[in-house]
Ligand binder design. Structure first.
Ligand code: ATP
Ligand code: MG
Length: 160
């Protein structure tokens, strides 16, 4: 279906703000006030963003800031989720999209999860003709970027 990605992310950020109140996290939403139409399987794509933001929450210190920045480009819309958490060593970064890969086994055990979230995210985003990348500084924070093409309708100017 055709969905307004900005609106979906706005709602998602609000939901995370509510369910993480006890962690004192700050959610900075940089989402433009204009419709950004994408043709997506809404449940699946929102499951991807849910995992990305859950990771940001999971690996952030209490009181940290999580930024969700949506940048409309000419053909695609870019969504960057940035946290101030533990980060990922450079050599591990290419592996985080592998099934069952988790950076630190001890840390992973404490925090739970299966190591499937980002592998599924990559498959799903690529099946929507988009891409996903991760960039991180160990002990400083992580940015996950997702790029999705606009809806075909919007490109033809049918949806304004
Ligand atoms: P699941 O998503 O299946 O519950 P998971 O969160 O461990 O488990 P992924 O979402 O695939 O798995 O992430 C893989 C690994 O990448 C994580 O175990 C973690 O080590 C690392 N990682 C992912 N996002 C972050 C982040 N924002 N900050 C630090 N490390 C991260
Ligand atoms: Mg995860």
């Amino acid at each position: 279906e055709t969905e307004d990605l900005g609106e979906l992310l706005e709602q998602m950020a609000e939901r995370f703000e509510m369910i993480t109140k006890d962690r004192n996290l700050h959610f900075s939403k940089m989402i433009p006030n204009q419709p950004l139409y994408v043709d997506i399987d809404k449940d699946k794509v929102m499951q991807v963003f849910d995992n990305i933001v859950s990771n940001a929450v999971k690996y952030s210190p209490d009181g940290g800031t999580i930024t969700i920045k949506v940048t409309p480009g000419p053909q695609t819309v870019n969504v960057e989720t940035t946290d101030e958490g533990v980060g990922i060593p450079k050599e591990s970064q290419p592996k985080v999209f592998d099934r069952f890969y988790r950076v630190d086994k001890a840390r992973a055990r404490n925090l739970g999860g299966t190591g499937l979230g980002l592998a599924i995210a990559k498959e799903l985003i690529e099946s929507h003709h988009g891409f996903i990348t991760i960039d991180s500084e160990w002990q400083q924070g992580t940015t996950v970027a997702v790029t999705l093409p606009y809806s075909a309708l919007e490109k033809e100017g049918v949806v304004e």
